[in-house]
Ligand binder design. Structure first.
Ligand code: 13P
Length: 288
């Protein structure tokens, strides 16, 4: 059964580790992430952007697939199904579809409007026993057509949003989605520290987990980050493994073109990436 992300993130914050949010795109992605979480006894959050939800035929299809997989793969670790960078309307659609967690990304609105809309959605999430993430300070880079500049959030604004009763807070600290450019200046730990001082127990969320050096990830966790989002890295490892299979001509050997064979190396590559991230984030064995 899907669970809200609230409890797993409170435990992570108190235990100084982070739970990974891995974005899903299709059945292979979902199965690879769930099986790895189960093998490693790690809690996990499946992230679904609005674009990926549309690609998978809509949020109801996603809920149906994930719930059935939990049952048929006999997954016993805590799993949350979370809307990633949701719009106001998207949040309502996911509540209706049966997600267990939503993110309302109001970071592009003036702060008063972000506060008002987040406040309303906190009430809705509470009513349905779901967890809710909010965002202050746009995350840079491009994800599903949503382009952010990579700002550093204003810690006072973070406090305003945290005080609304959200369960987790995404704050820009110089992180960006996708690959980091060579001239990236790194995470602003000064900003993260200031936000953590003002928001206390609030589990903080680090978006753009792909390509952040391990030492920066560990430092971010020590400063209150309890959820880390990874999307691009699974896409890169899937693509590289699939390319290798085809370049080696394996799709032309025997029945190598069978999708169950063709997609197998990419599937294993996602599992490996998820495993490495769970080990780095410290969530292995934390399902109990
Ligand atoms: P990456 O694609 O950079 O890993 O970022 C994922 C993310 O933050 C999803 O919200």
């Amino acid at each position: 059964m899907l669970v809200s992300a609230k409890e797993m993130l409170q435990k992570a914050k108190a235990g100084h580790y982070a739970v990974g949010q891995f974005n899903i795109n299709n059945l292979e992605w979902t199965k690879a992430i769930l099986l790895t979480a189960e093998e490693l006894r790690s809690p996990v959050i499946l992230g679904v952007s609005e674009g990926a939800g549309k690609y998978m035929c809509g949020f109801k299809t996603v809920v149906g697939m994930v719930n059935a997989m939990l049952e048929e793969l006999k997954i016993t670790v805590p799993v949350a199904l979370h809307l990633d960078h949701g719009t106001y309307d998207g949040c309502y659609k996911c509540v209706e579809a049966g997600f267990s967690s939503i993110m309302f990304d109001g970071s592009h609105y003036p702060i008063e409007e972000n506060v008002a809309k987040t406040k309303e959605l906190v009430e809705v999430a509470r009513k349905h026993g779901m967890s809710i993430e909010a965002e202050v300070g746009a995350i840079g880079g491009e994800e599903d057509g949503v382009i952010g500049k990579g700002e550093c959030a204003d810690p006072q604004e973070c406090k305003k949003i945290a005080d609304l009763g959200v369960d987790m807070l995404a704050a820009g600290i110089g992180n960006i989605h996708g690959k980091y450019p060579a001239n990236w200046e790194g995470l602003s730990f000064e900003t993260l520290d200031a936000i953590q001082q003002l928001t206390g127990e609030m589990p903080l969320v680090l978006h753009g987990g792909t390509g952040i050096p391990d030492d920066m990830i560990k430092k971010a966790i020590s400063l209150g980050v309890a959820k880390i989002n990874v999307n691009t890295e699974c896409q890169l490892s899937f693509a590289a493994a699939t390319r290798k299979y085809i370049e080696e001509g394996k799709d032309n050997q025997g029945k190598g073109y069978d999708p169950r064979k063709l997609l197998a190396p990419g599937f294993e590559a996602i599992k490996q990436t998820v495993k490495e991230k769970m080990e780095l984030f410290g969530s292995v064995g934390k399902a109990e």
